[in-house]
Design a binder for this molecule. Structure first.
Ligand SMILES: Cc1cc2nc3c(=O)[nH]c(=O)nc-3n(C[C@H](O)[C@H](O)[C@H](O)COP(=O)(O)OP(=O)(O)OC[C@H]3O[C@@H](n4cnc5c(N)ncnc54)[C@H](O)[C@@H]3O)c2cc1C
Length: 306
């Protein structure tokens, strides 16, 4: 799809953040396109939890219902494609896509999410999203009172231990190799009866995606029913950085309270621009940023006396 018309907003990414932004902008009568390549980070899961009125919905069903609702607003269109380059500046951006299309818009919203770096523990990919997860708010309830393994080092381990203790008292920390846990931290974990294993993990033993035990290089095997681990993340797309948007050390787009990036006319919402990685938070941020973009565009038109 190559647009002849100058659209108001090109939303790059059609997850909860981009879709909620599209809904708000469509209702505000803005001409919007959602460009989505359809590779959300939570594609590995069967269920999205903690989204009021949609608790437990599959990520695919969530997107389909959202698109059906948005289709009531005719100024919003969708294309399944990948944005690969963006030129121009505030008021006139040109987005080139992998399928060779060219889309022009006054503003750009990056709702590109985050991506996991490949997981380097044998067997982890097979259980990820089925019995190994990254967020206890998303999947802790389903694993309550079960024996769990936390794979994390140092400060991440010390953050996850008290957090996970809210869901189960039976958990073990595997640092997967030498760790920088201090003696005081180890004593704290010991006081709470949390075993710590420092040996590298040889593999994760599982059946049909359900973990049975974590097997270590030193021969130990830790039986468990689930895993929480700290993933390594990168921004869902290189485009914000390529456009000159300031980024955090964690790889997120730096935004102000209304989703404005350091590049005029360019906004970001959802996981890509937040530390709280949850669908409802991404959708909420998408709505807020869409309202900010709409205000800015209305004000610009008002001042031009359009
Ligand atoms: C295993 C797992 C389980 C989870 N479980 C839950 C849960 O139970 N409850 C919950 O609230 N949250 C859960 N989450 C977190 C939740 O999935 C995210 O917070 C949410 O999807 C973020 O929404 P988003 O719109 O910011 O990004 P995403 O949903 O990741 O959507 C981003 C979209 O942008 C697209 N994209 C990226 N770059 C481009 C480009 N250049 N051109 C076109 N499209 C592009 C991607 O393909 C993707 O479709 C889970 C996450 C994981 C990894």
């Amino acid at each position: 799809m190559t647009t002849k018309q100058l659209l108001d907003v090109a939303i790059i990414g059609g997850g909860p953040a981009g879709l909620n932004a599209a809904l708000v902008l469509g209702r505000a009568r803005k001409h919007v396109i959602v460009i989505d390549e359809g590779r959300p980070r939570n594609a590995v899961t069967h269920a999205t939890h903690g989204f009021l009125t949609r608790d437990g919905i599959s990520p695919g069903d969530f997107r389909q219902i959202a698109r059906e609702e948005i289709s009531r607003y005719p100024s919003v269109s969708f294309t399944q494609d990948t944005a690969v380059a963006i030129t121009g500046s505030d008021g006139y951006f040109i987005i080139k896509t992998a399928q060779g299309n060219s889309i022009s818009s006054k503003k750009v919203l990056f709702a590109v999410g985050m991506k996991d770096r490949p997981l380097d523990i044998p067997g982890l990919v097979e259980v990820y999203g089925k019995s190994a997860f990254v967020c206890p708010y998303c999947d802790g309830w389903e694993l309550r009172d079960q024996p769990l393994v936390i794979i994390a080092k140092g400060a991440d381990a010390m953050h996850l231990a008290p957090l996970i203790s809210g869901w189960t008292s039976q958990f073990t920390i595997c640092t997967n190799g030498p760790d920088e846990l201090t003696e005081a931290q180890r004593e704290e974990l010991q006081r709470h009866h949390v075993p710590v294993f420092d040996s590298p993990i040889r593999f994760i033993d599982a059946s049909e995606g359900i973990v049975r035990q974590v097997v270590l290089e030193d021969g130990a095997a830790i039986p468990c029913r689930g895993i929480f681990f700290k993933p390594t993340l990168v921004t869902g797309s290189d485009l914000p950085q390529a456009m000159g948007c300031s980024m955090t050390e964690m790889g997120a787009v730096v935004v102000d309270d209304f989703g404005k990036t350091s590049v005029p006319g360019v906004y970001s919402a959802g996981d890509a621009a937040s530390r709280l990685h949850q669908a409802v938070a991404a959708a909420s941020m998408g709505a807020l940023v869409a309202a900010a973009m709409n205000n800015e565009m209305n004000l610009e038109a008002w001042r031009r006396n359009e």
